[in-house]
Write a protein that binds this ligand. Structure first.
Ligand SMILES: Nc1ncnc2c1ncn2[C@@H]1O[C@H](COP(=O)(O)OP(=O)(O)OP(=O)(O)O)[C@@H](O)[C@H]1O
Ligand SMILES: [Mg+2]
Length: 352
């Protein structure tokens, strides 16, 4: 079959283009439309593909004399796709009596991003509101009932300090995330020694470990642990993963940290240093695992909040590891504990 010049041009477009006649019968569908809606849709009724009443009303308006119309359509069940649909009246004399040109532009990704942004703003507001409400409450009490009670004042001030610290942590984490997003495509260029960084992180976490009654054990099985990476960012990664193991592990248990070298890990380029952090905690349900790196996602909401968590730690870890072309693997058994593996390409040739 000969393909006309117009068809060739329309086939080159990524948007779906469909022409219909007076009776809503499809007279032409470009390749994108055929891929999306089916190869045999020409000569079919468009109503078979899209039943949306708003859309059909727009067709009626064009048939009644309007020149153009626009509607937004969501088609299909999960995953559904959202299209910005434009309808244009066509002049006389087109093949097979085509009367209306319809273009479908897939705007699903844009709509998803908009939804994510508004959910994010809602989450941030919610997270900030609770400490703020608590602070306002304490101020009121200090002005009123506890005005002349020195002991209560000290207690409330300590609680207020906690709430303020929580707000500061949240804002610091948010700033960290936004900075990371800005430079995700730029590879880090520094050189760091993984063992040194871990030692530093573990030393700063010792007071927390003591409070939470955990012992941290480190086993280094690598000779050379120098990698190409960003010092401060990797500290954030190790800090959050070891801190999580300490926070969410069982009382009087051990957190095991091991450092190994691996030559061959799928999806990671070249040799990699693998840092495994295992705890003997309550574990994480399988369905929660893929969602842990989402911002504000907490598997155990009350526990995380009690421990002062913002729920942003693993989202930050994921961004940093992406920038380092590394990966995070999570393995967990309910009631037994979890292992978080940080896989970092060394970025250089390394001796075993
Ligand atoms: N070792 C672990 N054992 C059990 N659950 C964990 C462990 N590590 C993380 N989680 C779960 O994953 C959630 C997300 O962790 P993440 O580090 O992002 O947030 P957080 O620790 O709550 O807060 P933040 O790290 O910002 O202080 C936690 O709230 C917790 O429910
Ligand atoms: Mg954390």
């Amino acid at each position: 079959m000969e393909i006309s010049k117009l068809d060739q041009v329309l086939n080159a477009l990524s948007a779906c283009v469909i022409f219909i006649d007076q009776n809503r019968k499809i007279t032409f569908a470009n390749e994108a439309a055929q891929q999306r809606f089916g190869e045999d849709i020409v000569d079919e009724s468009l109503v078979r593909i899209v039943r949306n009443p708003e859309f059909l009303a727009a067709i009626d308006r064009i048939n009644a004399g309007d020149n153009e119309a626009e509607v937004e359509l969501t088609i299909g069940a999960t995953p559904s796709a959202t299209f910005e649909v434009k309808l244009h009246a066509l002049g006389e004399g087109l093949a097979k009596g085509a009367k209306i040109a319809i273009t479908f532009e897939d705007v699903s990704q844009i709509r998803d991003a908009q939804l994510m942004r508004s959910e994010f703003v809602a989450n941030v507001s919610h997270e900030l509101r609770s400490p703020l409400t608590a602070l306002a409450g304490f101020i009121e009490t200090l002005r009123g009932p506890a005005k002349d009670d020195g002991e209560a004042r000290q207690r409330f001030l300590a609680l207020m300090e906690n709430e303020a610290a929580r707000m500061k942590r949240l804002i610091d984490d948010l700033l960290s995330l936004s900075k990371l997003q800005g430079k995700e495509r730029i590879r880090p260029s520094g050189e760091v020694d993984v063992v040194q960084l871990l030692d530093h992180v573990i030393a700063t976490l010792l007071p927390v470990a003591e409070k939470e009654r955990k012992t941290i054990q480190v086993a280094n099985n690598c000779k050379d642990t120098l990698i190409v990476g960003d010092h401060d960012e990797l500290i954030q990664v190790f800090h959050n993963i070891v801190e999580n193991a300490v926070k969410y592990g069982a009382l009087d248990s051990v957190v095991d940290v091991s450092i190994d070298l691996s030559q061959n890990i799928g999806a990671v380029d070249g040799p990699a240093v693998v840092i495994s952090v295992s705890d003997e905690g309550q574990g994480i349900q399988a369905e929660d695992i893929p969602r842990l790196t989402e911002r504000f996602y907490r598997a155990d909401k009350s526990r995380s909040r009690i421990k002062g968590g913002t729920g942003l730690g693993l989202a930050i870890v994921k961004h940093i590891l992406n920038r380092h072309r590394g990966r995070l693997e999570i393995d967990s058994k309910l009631g037994e504990g979890s292992t978080f593996q940080i896989i970092l390409p060394t970025g250089r040739k390394i001796a075993r």
